[in-house]
Design a protein around this ligand. Structure first.
Ligand SMILES: Nc1ncnc2c1ncn2[C@@H]1O[C@H](COP(=O)(O)OP(=O)(O)OP(=O)(O)O)[C@@H](O)[C@H]1O
Ligand SMILES: [Mg+2]
Length: 277
């Protein structure tokens, strides 16, 4: 099922900045999609079109068949859960618990169910015991988790995450990758995330879009997109580090393979079979 359709979309800010040009994207239910691109390439602008925070200057956005326009925004915001790039733009309640409750009450969840959902969401993001803390004083990574918990609690069909791994410590990144894969699989939530962390992309995305100066320059299955090495470089990105290592070993004649591993697991498999033979 087509959950998101972006057709011929342009977005120009009031000062004349053409942040998005001729964007066409279709995302199916259950997919995990990464949006990559340098600073200022238009990722956050694109994401704000998904739940009506911005309206396209031209073209159309459809969410689960609903045209993105004022009369549909309430319904669309129940379908699309958005975790912002900066948690300070998102969090405003005096306690963690109230922050998570806010959206649930707004959705009309019965009060007797709410405390169970709050506990579940905090457990999912690894913040049990934080209920009564003031989010203002939490660390950057903890704030990110609170923002994520408040959105997951509403069980959206689509989870949109702008730079979800920024500000997380290394274990926090690994945990988030596992968590998002689990949410996608077990709750059947479609994932769309923007990131600069190319090492995380093969672990979390089936499909990749590359933006450059507001235009889609590359798109396809994750392995296919990373196989266009020159285009990756031309769009101010790089390969995952493990792919780069294997590339260097091949270049210098220490290894002979046409495969390009994107994860440590894939590299291990290739190197083991070569080292054995
Ligand atoms: N409110 C605004 N008014 C004018 N221009 C804006 C506004 N917000 C963003 N822009 C411009 O739009 C372009 C796209 O910005 P956007 O924030 O979408 O990029 P991004 O890909 O999310 O970048 P980053 O990786 O730094 O988060 C940039 O040139 C930016 O300067
Ligand atoms: Mg951004």
């Amino acid at each position: 099922m087509e959950l998101i359709k972006i057709a011929g979309v342009n977005y120009t800010y009031s000062d004349g900045t053409e942040a998005l040009q001729d964007i066409n994207i279709v995302i199916q239910s259950g997919e995990k999609v990464a949006v990559l691109g340098a600073n200022g390439s238009g990722k956050s602008t694109l994401f704000q079109l998904f739940n009506g925070l911005l309206e396209p200057t031209a073209g159309d956005v459809y969410i689960k068949g609903l045209h993105a326009e004022k009369k549909n925004y309430k319904a669309i915001r129940q379908i699309v859960g958005m975790v912002f790039q900066d948690p300070d733009d998102q969090i405003f309640s005096p306690t963690v618990k109230q922050e998570i409750m806010y959206g649930l009450l707004n959705m009309g969840q019965p009060r007797q169910k709410i405390s169970g959902i709050v506990n579940w969401a905090l457990q999912v993001v690894g913040l049990e015991g934080y209920e009564d803390k003031n989010p203002y004083y939490l660390s950057g990574g903890e704030k990110k988790r609170v923002a994520l918990a408040s959105i997951i609690a509403m069980k959206p069909d689509i989870l949109v995450l702008d730079e979800p791994t920024a500000a997380l410590d290394p274990r926090g990144v690994d945990q988030l990758v596992d968590l998002l894969n689990k949410i996608n699989k077990e709750l059947n939530i479609t994932l769309i995330f923007a990131t600069h962390d190319v090492d995380v992309v093969p672990l979390l995305a089936d499909y990749v879009y590359v933006l450059n100066k507001g235009k889609i320059k590359l798109s396809g299955l994750t392995a296919e997109v990373f196989s266009h090495k020159q285009a990756i470089w031309d769009n101010n990105l790089r390969l995952p580090r493990v792919a780069h290592l294997v590339e260097l070993l091949v270049r210098d004649g220490f290894l002979s393979t046409t495969e390009l591993p994107l994860t440590v697991g894939e590299a291990k498999r290739i190197l083991q079979s070569k080292l054995k033979s």
